[in-house]
Design a protein around this ligand. Sequence first.
Ligand SMILES: *Cc1c(COP(=O)(O)O)cnc(C)c1O
Length: 431
Amino acid sequence: MNSTATHSYKDTTIFNLIEQEYKRQLHGIELIASENFVSEQVMRAMGSVLTNKYAEGLPKKRYYGGCEVVDEIEQIAIDRVKELFGAVWANVQPHSGAQANAAVMLAVLKPGDKILGFDLSHGGHLTHGSPVNFSGKLYQPSFYGVEPETGLINWDKVEEIAMREKPKLIICGASAYSRDWDYARLRAIADQVGALLMADISHPSGLIAKKLLNDPLEYCHIITTTTHKTLRGPRGGLIMMRKDFENPFGLKNPKGELRMMSELLDSAVFPGTQGGPLEHVIAAKAVAFGEALEPSFAEYAQQVRKNAQTMAQEFIRRGYKVISGGTDNHLMLIDLRSKNLTGKLAQETLIKADITINKNAVPFDDKSPFVTSGMRLGTPAITTRGLKENDMLQIVEWIDEALQNHDNDTKLNQIREKINLQMQKYPLFAY
Ligand SMILES: *Cc1c(COP(=O)(O)O)cnc(C)c1O
């Protein structure tokens, strides 16, 4: 077999770098709100022989032979995620959150159609109409945002904009909004203007699965999410619906019946926007959904939120401006202008202490996206490591101390050493 020859090459370069990255993750405090640590079994499913398999199509409807096993795996992933969110239909093939959103828009819009999304500079996502993204290039976007005084979305204003713009699709969901969403109100607005309503729950999906936040599936026509944020699965995306329905565009099947929205969405994923599904990642999604169905995941999700709320309160106590005054979910956005700091300086300072956050624009930011006035922090990853409320108080103290000493490398080194010592107590699976 010539595979012996092709596989005899040993790549020490890349595996040394992976080891280096493992140590970085192990020793530091990970506060990037969109990151998490997967379990050993999720990791093993991802690094499996399933990566060798082509399986274009859906379970039992494939374009390739030898799909019996991956059919079973993908069907289990679908069944588990339906149970987890109370959905009647799901497609688990999107390679990422952005791919899930692309498929939905391909299914429900024509180029040039109007969409309405949450402003990127107020915490929205690129795929909700940004001019640098396909969603802003192929479709005509308009945006709603938060109020300058409260940091909250004003639903009356969303209605006003929707009435004026008459979008075909209204998108809710965000990457940096710490409060819950009024899906019932949004659905009423969508019905009033004849729009479909899509919720992109990429960030809080793990908390939504455990009913800690309002249920978007009850009111939104279509739901997309990533699987790697609070849901703690492999990097990927998915699309779901609580109710399937006849497409409102008059598209018919060969029998002359209106095609169901699920068919449109399935074909928008493949062949619309993707080729072969990543069955190794789908297997890892199935494992993660299985984990999320366990009672221990409810404890995890509750702890994520408790940790975020404790952290936000402690920042406020120390004189930081938390946008909207707190959090309902796993993250918070902090305006650093009252501390005379920029997001860029905060990110660069904290990394010297092995604390990873991301700089983030705050609503009505006067600085460029490369500098920004804010930082976004989230608790999904450190909660997976096992940290609790008391640890949050300690972390905020370290962050505050580091930021006050941003020009003192000796001090930052001392903080880093304390953090490295502390984090060694919380094991991280290495593979
Ligand atoms: C993270 C995120 C995405 C994109 O997910 P990727 O997997 O990075 O493509 C989409 N929408 C929202 C709201 C997100 O937060």
